[in-house]
Design a protein around this ligand. Sequence first.
Ligand SMILES: Nc1ncnc2c1ncn2[C@@H]1O[C@H](COP(=O)(O)OP(=O)(O)OP(=O)(O)O)[C@@H](O)[C@H]1O
Length: 262
Amino acid sequence: MMTTTPAEPALRIENFSAGYVARVPIVNEVSHAVPAGQVATVVGPNGAGKSSLLKGLYGLTRWSKGSVVVAGTEVTRLSAWERLRAGLSLVPQGRCNFPYMTVRENLQLGVATLPRRQRESSVAVALAEFPALEAHLGRMAGNLSGGQQQLLEIAMAMAARPRILLIDEPSLGLSPAARRLVFDKLRQIAATGVCVVMVEQNVVEGLAASDLGIVMVEGRIHRTGTADAIANDPEMKQVFLGGRPGTEPAHAPHSTSGRDQT
Ligand SMILES: Nc1ncnc2c1ncn2[C@@H]1O[C@H](COP(=O)(O)OP(=O)(O)OP(=O)(O)O)[C@@H](O)[C@H]1O
């Protein structure tokens, strides 16, 4: 275990490689740091390994090399459960609530890792931070709109009081208004000192809501910088259009993915 120093970022990834089967890393030698209170967005073409990176940070892939350090504590060899307790929380891609349970029951599941005596108060704190959910406490989660479900999933992850929120494609399938709500919420969460690392296909809006941009291509970090610099880099068009820098574009860009819904 490493010790925390004042300069230690919330998340430090060093030379990290991981995949799904032995000797086939999907994420290759990734190194990066994200400070507390910042939003970093991972962008890149389909299949670049963005989701695999998030899963790898959370311990859901097969580790092959390097380390993941959360506020000075190395978590590389910990299970996902132990990483949750160390301060990492993941909102996976797609709907990941329990649709036939009420909003309250979903939130109660979000605090299941906390000591019993803290659970009810943590649900209350989550509701205070997500007032839009309060009116729907008794509704089945599956009956909420797409935007409300995404907020619920973020609330469930935040109820565990993480230092780092990992979130995969939060805007997927949402209407422009719902996307704005979700991105605003992620910014508010970062303003409380949480480090937010998201993967986004909606490059323009994702980067606009971020401090840092991380471009992944073929499992490796291709470029990092301020979100503004990445958003305005003319080379990025080629990365997204063609999948590999230095090659001709292959398909049309898409700033959003999936159907819009509310
Ligand atoms: N569970 C899995 N088992 C084996 N291979 C996987 C698994 N999940 C993803 N992969 C492979 O890992 C590679 C990277 O996929 P990943 O989903 O991480 O990319 P991505 O950048 O998030 O893409 P997208 O934007 O399309 O979601 C792909 O070749 C994919 O087929």
